[in-house]
Design a protein around this ligand. Structure first.
Ligand SMILES: Cc1cc2nc3c(=O)[nH]c(=O)nc-3n(C[C@H](O)[C@H](O)[C@H](O)COP(=O)(O)O)c2cc1C
Length: 357
């Protein structure tokens, strides 16, 4: 891995988890807790990292390995690895360059980035920072349906190539770190455009934000653009089957980083039944607690084709802007490049259930 571009402050960052301490130094305690925290007792949050670590590999040996290829694909487009950056709100809390800086880092790393509706910058300004970068727009319903529809149409015009509709936020989860610290979300241009929307839906972080999404609404949203539809926040196999029937091109098995309902099944445990229910009808991605290349390989072995990573990229952005993001991606990629031959594989296509105990 060439690290000649690495800024000095990142020299000691050798794994994704190392970014967290740097971010803690650079962010206010309140903002750090908003990002780090989860719902209620944070049981799901804590389990999300260790759940991946419970799986054990059975490596293969003596196979011909002719070059290592860690590339992946999302929605038919190739990616430097099967990893994308999860949608996360208000990145101005991490860095003055906010989402634009994160997208620039993602572009340098050759991986897709999902922009949240609750971003600190408009989607057009973010797109302008890296016009060629692969980017998706994550939708929350904001204001009335007409405004939400305008957001989707704007995303299509601004070169976002997928619509990720987050379905696990019927109301906002209760995150007690934020209740205690009195955290409120700073400026949200896509929301603040609708004058009443903020007061109505984001009155306080602990407030009564109601999303209003149902299977009916999802069907409507699918007609608003030609963007492929991705449903994020699916855990139940019956919901997964329904998403595929509705024409979703991918589902994301996700607990929303343990921020919505506590004590929900961890993503790697929810994944195999979802993969079975989808039965190849669309792509299955997964997120939550992925911190190592080995976690990515577990996800692929369990049948996912892509993995989203959240907080580590937020910390990396706080630590060193786009360089931090690029370094985070390089660390993950390096781990994949090392782990594949150690397991007797040369590409992601070789990773399947037979590699796990
Ligand atoms: C600070 C923060 C903000 C988030 N905001 C959003 C959001 O706006 N939309 C969304 O779909 N998911 C959001 N998520 C959930 C992430 O997309 C993702 O599911 C989760 O962070 C993955 O877990 P990980 O952080 O352990 O990798 C957020 C997560 C965090 C940590």
């Amino acid at each position: 891995m060439s690290e000649s571009w690495l800024p000095a402050e990142l020299a000691g960052v050798v794994r994704l988890a190392d970014f967290e301490a740097l971010a803690r130094e650079r962010m206010t305690a309140q903002a750090f807790d908003y990002v780090a925290g989860g719902a209620w007792d944070e049981v799901t949050l804590r389990e999300s990292v260790v759940a991946w670590q419970r799986f054990r590999f059975i490596p293969r040996v003596l196979r011909e390995i002719d070059g290592i290829d860690v590339s992946g694909a999302f929605l038919g487009k190739s990616s430097a690895m099967p990893v994308a950056i999860a949608p996360m709100a208000v990145q101005a809390l991490a860095h003055a360059g906010a989402e634009a800086e994160l997208l620039a880092g993602a572009a340098a790393a050759g991986i897709p980035y999902a922009l949240s509706t609750t971003s600190s910058m408009t989607m057009e300004d973010v797109a302008a920072a890296a016009p060629d970068a692969e980017r998706w727009f994550q939708l929350y319903l904001v204001g009335d349906m007409a405004h939400s529809r305008r957001l989707v149409e704007r995303a299509e015009r601004a070169g976002y190539t997928a619509l990720v509709v987050t379905v696990d936020l019927p109301v906002l989860g209760r995150r007690e770190r934020d209740v205690r610290s009195g955290f409120t979300l700073p400026g949200l241009p896509h929301v603040d455009e609708v004058r009443e929307a903020r007061a109505e839906r984001y009155g306080g972080i602990e407030g009564q934000w109601r999303n209003g999404l149902t299977w009916r609404t999802i069907e409507d949203i699918g007609t608003w653009s030609s963007l492929p539809l991705v449903l994020k926040g699916i855990l139940h196999p019956e919901d997964a089957r329904r998403a595929a029937e509705l024409g979703a091109k991918a589902v994301v098995v996700s607990t929303h980083g343990g921020r919505q309902v506590d004590r929900v099944i961890a993503a790697p445990e929810a994944l195999p039944p979802v993969v079975a229910a989808i039965d190849g009808a669309c792509e299955v991605w997964v997120d939550g607690g992925v911190r190592r290349g080995l976690d990515v390989l577990v996800a692929l072995a369990l049948g996912a084709s892509g993995v989203l990573v959240g907080r580590p990229f937020y910390w990396a952005l706080a630590a060193a802007g786009r360089d931090g993001v690029q370094h985070a991606a390089a660390l993950l990629r390096g781990e994949l490049e090392l782990a594949l031959p150690l397991l007797g594989c040369s590409s992601m296509a070789d990773v399947d259930r037979s590699l796990l105990a």
